[in-house]
Ligand binder design. Structure first.
Ligand SMILES: [Zn+2]
Length: 180
């Protein structure tokens, strides 16, 4: 365990600005924790601030989740996962306390190699082949207009065994810390 720093544990109502890293903003309320889990951020060794159900003027839900990750930039693949979980998300890349890039996420047609297929008999679990899932029933306009209390579920189909699953059923691979 590290010794406690001089920074007070309580830093005010809103989370502190980050110096370097990424802010994932405008996540649909209720979906922030899923982003944390699916991207393995709970195991990330640097500071993560998670704000749940914050007020939002931009989202029709009136509420949003927000995640600040220090010293981390997300890959295209990870941004795709964020998009599938919450198509409303906006990404702010921060360097030296300045937002140097800001953009929305885009739902991919497919997710390749990020998840494993839950079907034991699927060929991707027996041969060295990444699983591919096509994304079904995602309509970002529709999702943006969901009420704050509705969680959206996304269905995906394995391109190899053709089984359909909920996104939550997919098996998340062990996250390595190589990118740190
Ligand atoms: Zn499969």
């Amino acid at each position: 365990m590290e010794k406690a720093s001089k920074t007070p544990a309580y830093e005010g109502l809103m989370v502190k600005r980050i110096q370097n890293g990424t802010v994932i903003d405008h996540i649909l309320p209720g979906h922030g924790f899923k982003v944390v889990q699916m991207l393995g951020l709970d195991k990330f060794p640097d500071t993560i601030a998670i704000l749940l159900n914050a007020k939002s003027d931009k989202l029709p839900t009136g509420r949003k989740d927000l995640i600040k990750v220090s010293n981390r930039v997300f890959t295209e693949e990870e941004l795709n996962i964020i998009a599938v979980i919450s198509p409303t998300a906006t990404i702010n890349v921060v360097e030296n306390s300045q937002v140097i890039k800001k953009f929305g996420v885009k739902i991919p047609k497919k997710i390749i190699g990020f998840f494993k297929c839950p079907n034991n008999k699927c060929i991707t679990n027996h041969e060295d082949h990444p699983a591919e899932f096509s994304i079904k029933n995602v309509n970002s306009e529709d999702m943006k207009n969901r009420s704050a209390t509705t969680l959206h579920t996304v269905r995906v189909k394995c391109e190899f065994c053709e089984r359909s699953f909920e996104l939550d059923q997919l098996i998340i691979p062990v996250i390595t810390q190589e990118e740190v």
